[in-house]
Design a protein around this ligand. Structure first.
Ligand code: DC
Length: 217
């Protein structure tokens, strides 16, 4: 049986950690769709492609060979076999990924790849996996939390000491706004999604809540 669990939400909502925990618990493939947009962004930066040249960015995205390797806890993102897992977490890539992910042709290419990768069953997370990539998913979750809490979670993950918590919050609010207001596949709550606000909750609490929902149906 193929089981598809789709999880959307803004940055810092706990999506990645919870997707990992759920895919491990249910022995499912884990697909972090954000990493794919980050891989496109990294290639744009490295190739010095002008992100406003949408045609060039789409062409590049269509030709990109993105793969995931390893188990959920040590999932690696590969571009044509090259491990870019760490490089795609940099701040300039984070910023650029929000820009390139607004380009419809880039989204088309990534969505096609995500459907291909996930068709045998998977836990997928992102911004449009419940609404566009797998609207018929067996379980759809929308995770959220107060912006201050999401920013402080993100801030704790950052390795560079040059950014302040205030800057992290401001950048996050800006990206959330761009991701939720773009014309193509904006971040939004699917009508039949289970919404979980993790403000003030531990990861384990949210994990239990999600697993209960999954076993209940
Ligand atoms: O989840 P993340 O921070 O790794 O995502 C990076 C960027 O990619 C983010 O700005 C939103 C975008 N994204 C998207 O548009 N659609 C997805 N399914 C996943 C991420």
């Amino acid at each position: 049986m193929t089981l598809i669990i789709a999880i959307d939400g803004p940055s810092g909502s706990g999506k990645s950690t919870l997707s990992r925990m759920i895919s491990r618990a249910l022995n499912l493939l884990y697909i972090d769709t954000g990493s794919m947009y980050r891989a496109v962004a990294l290639t744009v930066i490295e190739g010095r492609v002008d992100p406003s040249d949408k045609e060039a960015v789409v062409k590049l995205a269509e030709g990109l060979e993105i793969n995931f390797e390893g188990d959920p806890d040590s999932l690696k993102t590969l571009i044509a076999g090259r491990d870019v897992s760490e490089l795609i977490r940099g701040e300039s890539v984070t910023e650029m990924s929000s820009v390139v992910s607004a380009i419809p042709g880039v989204r088309r290419a990534m969505v096609a790849r995500q459907r291909e990768l996930g068709k045998q069953g998977a836990v997928l997370n992102g911004r449009d996996v419940t609404t566009v990539v797998f609207p018929q998913a067996d379980y759809k979750f929308f995770l959220t939390a107060e912006p201050n809490e999401r920013a402080s979670r993100r801030f704790q993950e950052l390795t560079s000491s040059e950014t302040s918590l205030e800057e992290t919050l401001a950048d996050m609010v800006e990206r959330d706004h761009r991701d939720s207001t773009r014309a193509d596949s904006p971040l939004k709550i699917a009508d039949d999604a289970i919404v979980i606000d993790s403000t003030g909750k531990s990861i384990d609490q949210v994990f239990q809540e999600m697993m209960e929902r999954i076993s209940r149906r």
